[in-house]
Each structure stands twice: as structure tokens, then as C-alpha cells.
Design a protein around this ligand. Structure first.
Ligand SMILES: NC(=O)c1ccc[n+]([C@@H]2O[C@H](COP(=O)([O-])OP(=O)(O)OC[C@H]3O[C@@H](n4cnc5c(N)ncnc54)[C@H](OP(=O)(O)O)[C@@H]3O)[C@@H](O)[C@H]2O)c1
Length: 343
């Protein structure tokens, strides 16, 4: 079976990663590559890593109509811009995976609080499917469009949900410290991301409340059935890709937590719970769609849980393709079986 797909925002970091992944997929076939400021240029002039069969294509304008034979659209656009493209694609009867935050919330209040803009299609939010694949398969399978989770929320929710579901946390105010590679901020020019500003340094940002906190709290409550308050401090690191989140947790029966996590993900191809006491590293997931989770008990009431993902894969384009596989009834791992790059 061949399914034609469009990638909107194909010149950005997540868009380029989608091209790399999907071009290896046995059933998805890229026929449309959209751009914004780079529209009209040759793909390989903007993305030199893309081989000639796609590199010779011309980048379409952001609002160019999508051919009738395109069944699936990946929208890898900035929030705010994505909503209109998603709506247009849905109106043209396409299915959509949206990598932006535009449909990640269930009501306008949280969206507006997090992003400080008005949502153009507030009614659509009540129908949104939040594509945290491991916890939302049944919904993704039926969905016309999927809101792909943010990178920080993916790295936090995967380790947190099984512990919330088991009701073992006593303190529902959780401190989370995360580090992200620079590609997490996208490809557009920003002075504070210039080489001299970022290299050999480490910066905290996003305080007092990073926009992903609303997303984490909202979906922790839905999947984990518990209301929590998250104090979240993200940091940006001078590495291209990778994300590490450290969750400082207090509760009961900490000696059971490793088993809880292991059981929750025992049959998951992309979530690996490391042996007790072993902590994950970004190097071991870079280039793969995996989330590695490690737990270190501190005493009978406290533990530190650490998770690592590649922000561009499980944190964005990898999870987007995982969701597309689910949507179209394919093996979830199709096009995603690559191990991490090493070294
Ligand atoms: N980077 C990550 O790790 C990551 C992880 C999870 C989710 N996300 C989300 O995924 C989306 C894409 O992120 P990214 O990092 O790939 O961004 P990016 O590198 O900045 O790329 C943005 C893309 O959108 C296009 N674009 C910019 N402004 C536009 C507009 N007004 N209308 C239509 N297209 C426009 C750009 O086209 P031109 O190049 O032609 O201007 C480019 O192709 C964002 O919503 C981001 O929050 C990113």
C-alpha cells in the first residue's frame, strides 16, 4: 500500500527529520514539501543532507493547495501558524499529525495561558487527540487529526504516568529539572542561540512557568488520574539533540516503583526501563525513537527518576511517524527501528 504524504514546514529541524524518516518508510511516500520563507527554492539548497531524488524538488508555498491524492499531512510549523494549515488540510479530507502545540490543549483557557495568543478554532480543541502513543493508541487509531506531544512533556509524562496511576506519590507538587539540546529551539535565527552565546555554557530559562507545564499538568491528570502541580526548570545545552528530564519524587513503597515502571512498559518497543539504579544518557537514545527511563531510590520515601529522549525523534518527528503508523494500521515500528547513533 502506498500513501502519499505532505510535510509542511519541511525546512525546519523537525520537518527535515520527518523527511529522513519517512523517505525510508515502506508505505508512506513524500509528494509535497512545504516551506515559508524558503518556498520556491530547491530542497537540497536549504537541506544539503537530503539526497537528490527529493533534494531536486521545489519547496511549495505554505498555502499551496494539496493534491487530491495526498492522504496524510504532517504539520511541522510554529504554533499559531499551524492551526490554519491543520484546518485547511482537514477541510480537504486529509488526516493530519500536527507537531505544534496548537491542538495539544482541551480548552482555550490553557492554550491562551500557555501561548498568550487567541486560538482561531477553539471548538476543535474539545475533539483533540493527544498523541502520546503508548497511552493513546486506541484514540490515535480513530483520529482524523493528532496533536503530537511536546518534547519536554513526552520526557516527563512517560515516567510519571505509571506512578500516578499506581497512586504511590505522596507529594503532588513535583520538581522537574530538564536539559535540552539546542535543536529543541528550532532552526530560526535567534541571537541567544548563536555559537558563541551557547557553546561551552548552560542556561536555565522559561521561568516562572514554561509553556509546556500546562501541557504536562493537563495530560498527567487525564492519563494518570491525579491532579499535580509541576515546578519545572528547563535548561538549554550546547549539544545538537537530546533531552534529559530529572523528576524528584516523594511517596510510598519506593521499592516497588522500578517494577511498576518495568511492567507498564514491558511490551513497548520504544520505552526501555533500565535495570534498577542505572541512569540513562542522551547518547544512548540520540537518533532513535526510544525513551530510556532510570530510577534511583534515595530512601524508602524518595526517588529520582531520569528519562532521556531524542527531542527530534520521540520528542517530535519519531513519535509523529509512530502515530501515523498507528493511524493507518501499520506496525508501529515501521521506519523507526534505527538504534541510537554511536558514538
Ligand atoms: N525542535 C524540536 O525539538 C521540537 C520538538 C517537539 C515539537 N516541536 C514543534 O514542532 C514545530 C516545528 O518545530 P521546528 O523546531 O522544526 O521549527 P523550525 O526549525 O523553526 O522550522 C519551522 C518551519 O516552519 C516554517 N514556517 C515558519 N513560519 C511559518 C509561517 N508563518 N507559516 C508557515 N510556515 C512557517 C519554516 O519555513 P521556512 O524555513 O521556509 O521559513 C520551517 O519549515 C513547532 O511547533 C515546535 O514547537 C519542535
Amino acid at each position: 500500500m502506498n500513501i502519499n504524504v505532505a510535510i509542511l514546514g519541511s525546512t525546519g529541524y523537525t520537518g527535515a527529520e520527518l523527511i529522513r524518516l519517512i523517505d525510508n518508510h515502506p508505505h508512506f511516500n513524500i509528494t509535497h514539501l512545504g516551506a515559508h520563507s524558503q518556498a520556491g527554492k530547491k530542497v537540497s539548497d536549504i537541506l544539503p543532507g537530503i539526497a537528490s531524488h527529493l533534494g531536486d524538488k521545489t519547496l511549495a508555498k505554505a498555502d499551496a493547495p494539496l493534491a487530491d491524492d495526498i492522504a496524510l499531512v504532517f504539520a511541522a510549523l510554529p504554533h499559531g501558524a499551524a492551526a490554519q494549515s491543520v484546518k485547511t488540510a482537514l477541510d480537504a479530507n486529509k488526516r493530519v499529525i500536527d507537531l505544534s502545540a496548537d491542538f495539544r490543549h482541551q480548552n482555550t483557557n490553557t492554550y491562551q495561558a500557555a501561548y498568550d495568543i487567541e486560538h482561531p478554532y477553539p471548538d476543535m480543541l474539545t475533539d483533540t487527540t493527544y498523541g502520546l502513543s503508548e497511552w493513546a493508541r486506541h484514540k490515535v487509531r480513530q483520529a482524523r487529526w493528532v496533536a503530537n506531544p511536546g518534547c519536554y512533556p513526552t520526557s516527563v509524562l512517560l515516567p510519571l504516568i505509571p506512578l500516578l496511576q499506581a497512586d504511590v506519590l505522596s507529594n503532588h507538587s513535583i520538581i522537574i529539572d530538564s536539559k535540552s539540546g539546542t535543536s529543541g529551539a528550532g532552526r530560526s535565527l535567534k541571537t541567544d542561540l548563536l555559537y558563541c552565546e551557547i557553546n561551552e555554557g548552560l542556561t536555565a530559562y522559561g521561568l516562572p512557568k514554561h509553556r509546556h507545564v500546562w501541557e504536562m499538568e493537563e495530560w498527567a491528570k487525564i492519563f494518570g488520574k491525579q491532579s499535580i502541580h509541576i515546578r519545572f526548570v528547563p535548561h538549554i545545552l550546547p549539544m545538537n539533540r537530546g533531552m534529559l528530564s530529572t523528576l524528584h519524587l516523594t511517596g510510598k513503597n519506593t521499592e516497588t516503583w522500578h517494577k511498576l515502571l518495568s511492567q507498564a512498559y514491558a511490551n513497548e518497543p520504544f520505552v526501555r526501563v533500565l535495570p534498577a539504579g542505572q541512569l540513562p544518557t542522551t547518547k544512548a537514545v540520540a537518533g532513535s525513537n526510544r525513551c530510556d527511563i532510570g530510577i534511583q531510590l534515595l530512601n524508602e520515601h524518595e526517588a529520582v527518576v531520569v528519562s532521556c529522549i531524542d527531542n527530534l525523534l520521540k520528542g517530535a518527528s519519531g513519535q509523529a511517524l509512530q502515530n501515523a503508523n498507528i493511524m493507518f494500521g501499520f506496525e508501529e515500528t515501521l521506519g523507526l527501528s534505527a538504534h541510537a547513533q554511536w558514538p
